[in-house]
Design a protein around this ligand. Structure first.
Ligand SMILES: [Zn+2]
Ligand SMILES: [Zn+2]
Length: 324
């Protein structure tokens, strides 16, 4: 299974400002010269010394994740990141009106839908787009999305055939070689995470979530979402302090996500849904703070004589791709 993040920003697309790009260029040029480099051949070695976020940042598009195997492709959510995925898909059958695609929706907040009117495969006659959600009012949501005065093209005229599927909470569904099971997350409007299992590998998509339920007994029937997964995408919009200040805002912090990951045997975590109020530097600082918190947690558990299975984790950027 391959998991690719086409959008890692939360709540609202957040493009870099021209001023922030200019500041970044000035800083990098100064560092280049101060490091003793001067020739064009030095550019690549210099850039290789920098962490990736210093170059491109964490990205500005909202949630869209592609889960693919050699047999098929599933897409989670239609945030603004789905626009770029759409251009990529046009190179295949979806560009010729001969394609099929399964789209899973977690919930209907704008940041998870706003890219759909700009997803070009929807406008090509012959394509079949199957949309799956736990929420029963899925067709009405699409009617509203493609409706004047919000969007000029009504749903009946968009070209592709859209099929709606109501999926049941905590009941596995088979998509060729991938089994998907929806579990509930902690969000003000009900939001469903998905566990993907394929050939002994697993991916848990846990966004958006405030992660209010942490203990196994609190998570109850939703605990299997997290258990022994190879990769988990987790909501880390806020710092730990911000998450305490923003109770019931529906988003979590990496510290709480790591507590679950350490306990439940998760191999890797990709933290996403970065706050639009945070620039790339702040996200990198939060990642650094989280590193200190994580190291302390691991040491504390070991000092208490508990077995610790370490977790590999990162704050994901737009374009981050992980093979399982
Ligand atoms: Zn969101
Ligand atoms: Zn939301």
């Amino acid at each position: 299974m391959r998991v690719k993040f086409w959008g890692t920003r939360g709540s609202l697309p957040s493009p870099k400002t021209p001023q922030s790009v200019e500041n970044c260029v000035r800083t990098l040029l100064r560092e280049f010269l101060e490091s003793g480099y001067s020739r064009p051949d030095d550019i690549d070695p210099f850039l290789a010394t920098l962490p990736p976020h210093r170059l491109g940042g964490f990205g500005g598009n909202t949630t869209c994740v592609e889960v693919s195997t050699p047999q098929q492709r599933l897409v989670i959510d239609g945030g603004s990141g789905i626009r770029l995925l759409g251009y990529e898909l046009l190179k295949g059958p979806l560009g010729r009106g001969e394609g099929e695609l399964d789209l899973l929706l977690t919930h209907f907040h704008w940041d998870h839908l706003m890219g759909l009117p700009f997803f070009v495969p929807l406008f090509i006659p012959g394509n079949v787009i199957r949309v799956h959600a736990v929420q029963p009012f899925l067709p009405q949501v699409f009617q509203t999305l493609f409706k004047k005065p919000y969007f000029p093209v009504p749903l009946e005229k968009i070209g592709a055939t859209i099929e709606y599927y109501h999926i049941k909470p905590r009941e596995p569904i088979a998509f060729k070689d991938i089994t998907v099971t929806p579990y509930q997350l902690d969000h003000p409007d009900p939001c469903w995470g998905f566990r993907f299992d394929c050939g002994g590998k697993s991916y848990a998509h846990c966004v958006d979530s405030e992660i209010q339920r942490v203990a196994p007994e609190e998570l109850g029937p939703d605990l299997p979402l997290y258990q022994n997964v190879n990769l988990m995408a987790m909501d880390a919009q806020y710092t730990l302090l911000e998450s305490v200040e923003k109770i019931n805002w529906g988003h979590g912090s990496a510290a709480v996500g790591l507590e679950i990951a350490l306990r439940e045997g998760v191999d890797r975590v990709a933290f996403v849904h970065h706050d639009p109020a945070s620039d790339d530097n702040k996200i990198a600082c939060v990642e650094e703070q989280t590193r200190k918190f994580y190291n302390k947690q691991v040491k504390m558990l070991r000092d208490r004589g508990r077995p610790v299975r370490e977790v590999e984790w990162m704050f994901a950027s737009e374009g981050t791709t992980i093979e399982l």
